[in-house]
Design a protein around this ligand. Structure first.
Ligand SMILES: Cc1cc2nc3c(=O)[nH]c(=O)nc-3n(C[C@H](O)[C@H](O)[C@H](O)COP(=O)(O)OP(=O)(O)OC[C@H]3O[C@@H](n4cnc5c(N)ncnc54)[C@H](O)[C@@H]3O)c2cc1C
Length: 369
């Protein structure tokens, strides 16, 4: 069995790993670089039970367990560790919480409570995890090819591969895992709409003094805009902060994604109020990326409606790093065995959104040509 996976984000590389681990031939086709988009620029926060009570519950719980297993079995160097997680706000009343609370935050930050423990919350460095999945797949025979996937190759109506850099690549199965750029595949396939929501982030060199704690805050800017910054100190001595989103257009070339004018200054001003550690720390990265979204907020994971041998896995929104491992495992089962056993994929069946076809036109307009 030979499988072509289009897109080397965390979803594409996780599928590649699980397929290669089961002996399939895998080629990952990436336009820019492994982990160049959201999978390299996200928070990497993981939670066991924050999706409970939603259709994502089984996928998230299985993924949380797999993250621990993968870090252990592959001796992963992607900064997996358990964290204690707090919530709070800024510029309000004195701390509501007695006892233990982050000692590295500014007095103006009010901690309202602990919302995760080392039993329920964890983190990875997302770029290192995504690259780690690809390296583990390569160690099992997979390969990555850099270049542009231009369309599908068909014979007698069936998809038999892709057109890549002007050449025909044949395979038994094709997986679309292009994150928000999966919308481009809607030109080739009856895919439900996918779009991207932009998020900005900063990475600081803060040193090793900050303990393994994550923070989710609420903050009212002087003009009344509400922001929800997320702060993740990492074991490599860096601290990641995100918190400003926008509905900016998605450029077709992933290499052209850049922060909106003024967004990084707003985020830095916010960081200066969160922790004295962030005020003077060198900034290692000022960046933006697009999380892949769908019309109903749930991912698309399964067979592309009306096709044979063509699959899609995208639309993981704010939980793509968390939910990549179980997505990869279940997709490998679907492709190799004809059905997923480890996680029920029926809530994510792409056919559920096929009826929304006309919306694809307006979503396509979000792309800059
Ligand atoms: C600010 C922010 C913070 C986040 N924090 C977290 C978090 O803490 N925890 C969590 O679980 N999730 C988080 N997420 C969500 C997570 O980052 C995404 O859900 C996830 O990275 C999506 O992965 P993906 O592989 O689907 O897409 P992407 O990472 O976008 O990868 C798609 C790949 O396809 C490639 N591609 C595009 N066009 C083509 C083409 N024509 N041919 C070939 N390849 C192509 C791109 O170059 C890219 O490498 C966050 C997202 C944002 C924006």
């Amino acid at each position: 069995m030979r499988v072509l996976i289009v897109g080397a984000g965390v979803i594409g590389t996780s599928i590649a790993y699980h397929l290669a681990a089961r002996g399939a031939g895998v080629v990952v086709l990436e336009r820019e670089a492994v982990a160049c988009a959201a999978s390299g620029k996200s928070g990497g926060f993981l939670a066991l039970d924050w999706c409970d009570g939603t259709p994502l519950m089984a996928l998230a719980r299985r993924s949380f367990a797999l993250h621990a297993e993968l870090a252990e079995s592959l001796k992963g160097d992607w900064g997996y560790r358990r964290v204690t997680t707090y919530t709070g706000g800024m510029g309000r009343t004195p701390a509501l919480m007695g006892g233990a609370e982050p000692g590295w935050i500014s007095p103006g930050v009010t901690i309202a409570g602990q919302i995760g423990s080392i039993a329920t919350t964890a983190q990875v460095h997302p770029a290192a995890f995504t690259i780690g999945m690809m390296r583990a797949a390569e160690a099992r025979g997979a390969e990555v090819l850099l270049g542009e996937t231009e369309g599908l190759l068909r014979r007698d109506g069936d998809v038999i591969g892709v057109l890549f850099n002007g050449a025909a690549l044949e395979a038994n199965a094709v997986v679309i895992a292009m994150g928000p750029w999966s919308i481009l595949a809607a030109k080739w396939l009856p895919l439900p709409p996918v779009f991207g929501l932009k998020g900005h982030s900063l990475v600081f060199q803060t040193g090793a003094a900050i303990p393994p704690e994550a923070l989710f805050l609420e903050y009212a800017e002087p003009d009344g805009s509400m922001l929800s910054p997320e702060i993740f100190p990492r074991p490599d001595g860096t601290t990641y902060v995100c918190g400003i989103s926008s509905e900016s257009r998605l450029p077709i070339d992933p290499g052209l994604v850049a922060p909106d004018y003024g967004a990084i200054d707003r985020l830095k001003a916010l960081c200066d109020r969160i922790s004295p550690f962030l005020v003077k720390a060198p900034v290692l990265a000022s960046q933006a990326c697009f999380r892949p979204m769908t019309a109903d907020g749930l991912p698309l994971i399964g067979v592309v409606p009306g096709t044979r041998g063509v699959y899609v896995a995208t639309g993981h929104s704010v939980w793509g790093i968390l939910n990549a491992p179980a997505t990869g495992e279940a997709m490998a089962e679907l492709i190799l065995d004809g059905a997923a056993r480890s996680t029920d994929l029926s809530p994510f069946d792409p056919a559920r959104l096929a009826a929304l076809d006309p919306d694809r036109v307006s979503v396509t307009r979000r792309l800059r040509g």
